[in-house]
Design a protein around this ligand. Structure first.
Ligand SMILES: Nc1ncnc2c1ncn2[C@@H]1O[C@H](COP(=O)(O)OP(=O)(O)OP(=O)(O)O)[C@@H](O)[C@H]1O
Length: 348
């Protein structure tokens, strides 16, 4: 099932939560909506689900107008961050619920319902919890049951709103891999909302980066990380050093210095230089575009993270870099820093 979102506008009073959003989700995709708090991710998801209505624009499922149908008729499965499983019902009955309330003419027999719920519990690998009640489950188990419950009615589309948002970091990580594997098995067109870049890049096959009700970039995890389309995307995904520069006459200037860097993209005028923290080569003093002094070093695994005071860039500027440990840094070292990959975006 494809989802085609065209020119969606959503206004709350005078506040524009979605500003002409265009998006196409292909059949069987697992797409992430990624963006900071308030960027409009949940509002877009709720409009696709039929829980909210846009002020303008259209939504089509497989070419058919979805806005002509209410939420119940759209055949969409929904999992929220805090999914309220029915507390007085066992896990089994929670998953069976959607099947039991189907209209009589399409309702499955009791034997079919038992078989379907059993299969779903096997799919989320929690068959052994069928007789438990929600308050006897861990947070991660609850979300897996919530997913089984959403899948029970065989939805054409699965929408997940920060499904792992309330869980601790370790469980979140486990469930990411689990969700990706599950999706490979069931292949339902799915969209999930997250503000966690690592989660989006690790789980989704395509990522939609949103800011202030607009889409900044749509691409594969590799695209949005390696080829960010805007300063916002570069700043939001991965950790970068950002320095204010000016591009004039084909040269990149920082304060009164001309940097030995080529302008990238089409930046001109006041701009920002972005360098990922691990894309800086560290060498002896005099070896790079920037000079710095090591202020502090934390070493972990194969990497060391260091705070560096950059010199000669108009006042002392503190930046953080990640460097391999083969060149051991010590507090007080004077070093040269050479950006190996960087992007320059004009200030908007
Ligand atoms: N019912 C509403 N009435 C008024 N404003 C709303 C309403 N729902 C959402 N908003 C506003 O619209 C904007 C987008 O909200 P939305 O929940 O879509 O953002 P989000 O990207 O999902 O953020 P978060 O990650 O915090 O959930 C926010 O500024 C929010 O305050």
């Amino acid at each position: 099932m494809t989802i085609e979102v065209r020119n969606i506008v959503k206004q709350f009073g005078s506040f524009r939560a979605l500003d002409n959003v265009d998006l196409r989700v292909e059949t069987g995709e697992l797409m992430a909506l990624l963006g900071p708090s308030g960027s409009g991710k949940t509002t877009l998801l709720r409009i696709i689900a039929g829980l909210e209505w846009p002020d303008a624009g259209s939504i089509a499922f497989d070419g058919e107008d979805a806005l002509a149908r209410g939420a119940a008729e759209r055949h969409v499965g929904f999992v929220f961050q805090h999914y309220a499983l029915f507390r007085h019902m066992s896990v089994f009955e929670n998953v069976a619920f959607g099947l039991r309330v189907q209209p009589r003419k399409i309702r499955k027999s009791e034997a079919e319902i038992r078989k379907r719920v059993g299969d779903l519990l096997d799919l989320v690998q929690l068959g052994w919890l069928a007789d438990r009640y929600p308050n006897q489950l861990s947070g991660g188990q609850r979300q897996r049951i919530a997913l089984a419950r959403a899948l029970a009615i065989e939805p054409r589309i699965l929408l997940l709103d920060e499904p792992f948002g309330a869980l601790d970091a370790k469980v979140r990580k486990e469930l990411r891999a689990w969700l990706r594997n599950l999706h490979e098995e069931i292949h339902v067109t799915s969209i999930f909302v997250t503000h966690d870049q690592e989660e989006a890049l690790e789980v989704a096959n395509r990522v939609v980066v949103m800011d202030k009700g607009r889409i900044e970039q749509i691409g594969s995890p590799g695209d949005v990380y390696e080829r960010p389309a805007s300063a916002f995307v570069h700043g939001f995904i991965g950790e970068s050093i950002v320095l204010p520069v000016e591009v004039r006459d084909g040269r990149v200037r920082l304060g009164d210095r001309v940097l030995d860097l080529a302008p990238t993209d089409t930046a001109s005028g006041p701009s920002k230089l972005f360098v990922r923290r691990h894309d800086v080569a560290v060498g002896p003093s005099g070896s790079g575009v920037f000079e710095g002094a090591v202020k502090s070093v934390r070493a972990f695994g194969p990497m060391q993270r260091a705070d560096i005071v950059l010199q000669g860039v108009g006042g002392d500027t503190l930046v953080e870099i990640d460097a391999p440990r083969d060149h051991s840094l010590k507090v007080g070292d004077r070093i040269g820093l050479q950006p190996q990959r960087y992007r320059i975006f004009a200030d908007r």
